[in-house]
Write a protein of this length. Structure first.
Length: 341
């Protein structure tokens, strides 16, 4: 996918239209009705896992052999972000994906049959706003007129928008720079941008690259990310038994994280090859759930996406409850589902 030139002022009508087209093209590529699954090894269940601290329950369940003990033949496929994992799901390259709830919300505008079967983790600190001190940024108000890079149409953009509004900064008063996840830290180091809004472990990598020039702005509780396990309806029907076993394995991982946090940290460090994002674990709720707060967040995101023009103006979200399938989690973990239906 082609990127826009580095600096585009969000307040400029022409540039803002170009930015929205860029985001819409990416969303349309992701959020079509899920393609038929490509052939896979017999009985193998493929899970695309986003690389980061939010995926810790999967890393623990894999390293401790919980999937094997539950008898579920699972093959993990690592991807760089929830967006990339969701794209694999949409293209039939995997059976399940891990991603923030926003992608399912956007899919509801286009008839995607992707459904959340459980929340793996929830956190108000999964996404960070990292700035360069040398750009004169020490406080929220210093961001006015600055160049801020993020990944359009993702939870990082949603977080940034909520963060600015919370601090009474009109999002139109910053230069929003659309970049791919792997471009953000380098752009900040080169001084192409003044700040980035991005998830871990990229945020910590950016801080390490900038060293003393890095400044992580305080993150008020403007957005709770529900990092979720997502499947297509066909997979839910065809592989119900295996999915229930997988959820039971993840519940065992949840207990391991709670009871042996230091060992869980070591597992994460080994998977990521660094200690990036370890500081977020204490603020992350690693419980396999489906809570009413998920629906509340998704409803707000649907309104935001429509206002931003990220989704087609003629579209409307379907019933967001239909984007959640609680039956499997109810079977695997009684009491874990708390939805008002």
């Amino acid at each position: 996918m082609d990127m826009l030139p580095i600096a585009h002022r969000a307040g400029s009508p022409g540039d803002r239209s170009a930015l929205l087209r860029w985001a819409q093209q990416g969303i349309c590529a992701l959020l079509t009705t899920l393609a038929p699954l490509a052939p896979a090894t017999a009985q193998e269940l493929r899970l695309a896992v986003s690389r980061g601290p939010v995926s810790l329950p999967i890393y623990v369940a894999d390293s401790q052999g919980y999937f094997v003990r539950e008898g579920v033949p699972l093959h993990l496929q690592e991807c760089s972000s929830g967006r990339a994992c969701f794209q694999m799901l949409a293209q039939g390259q995997t059976d399940l994906a891990t991603a923030a709830e926003l992608l399912v919300v956007l899919g509801s505008f286009t008839g995607s049959d992707a459904a959340i079967i459980a929340t793996l983790s929830s956190s108000t600190n999964a996404i960070k706003l990292v700035a360069r001190s040398g750009a004169g940024i020490k406080a929220p108000q210093d961001l006015r007129g600055k160049r801020i890079a993020t990944v359009p149409g993702t939870s990082a953009q949603y977080f940034l928008d909520r963060w600015l509004v919370f601090h009474e900064i009109d999002p139109k008063l910053v230069e929003l720079v659309p970049l791919a996840p792997d471009q953000l830290a380098a752009a900040l180091q080169r001084h192409d941008v003044d700040a980035i809004a991005i998830w871990e472990p990229i945020a910590s990598a950016a801080v390490a690259m900038l060293a003393r020039d890095a400044w992580v702005l305080p993150a008020p509780r403007v957005y709770t990310q529900h990092f979720s396990l997502i499947a297509g309806r066909q997979t839910i029907v065809r592989r119900e038994g295996d999915l229930v076993k997988m959820l039971r394995a993840l519940t065992r991982a949840e207990r391991f994280i709670a009871e042996q946090p230091m060992q869980a940290q070591q597992i994460l460090k080994a998977r990521l090859g660094s200690d990036a994002g370890l500081d977020t674990l204490a603020d992350t709720d690693f419980r396999l759930t489906l809570e009413q707060s998920l629906i509340t967040t998704m409803d707000g995101q649907a309104r935001w996406a429509a206002r931003q023009g990220i989704v087609p103006s003629v579209g409307s979200p379907g019933n967001l409850l239909r984007s959640i399938e609680p039956a499997l989690l109810r079977k695997a973990v009684p009491g874990a589902v708390n939805l008002v239906q």
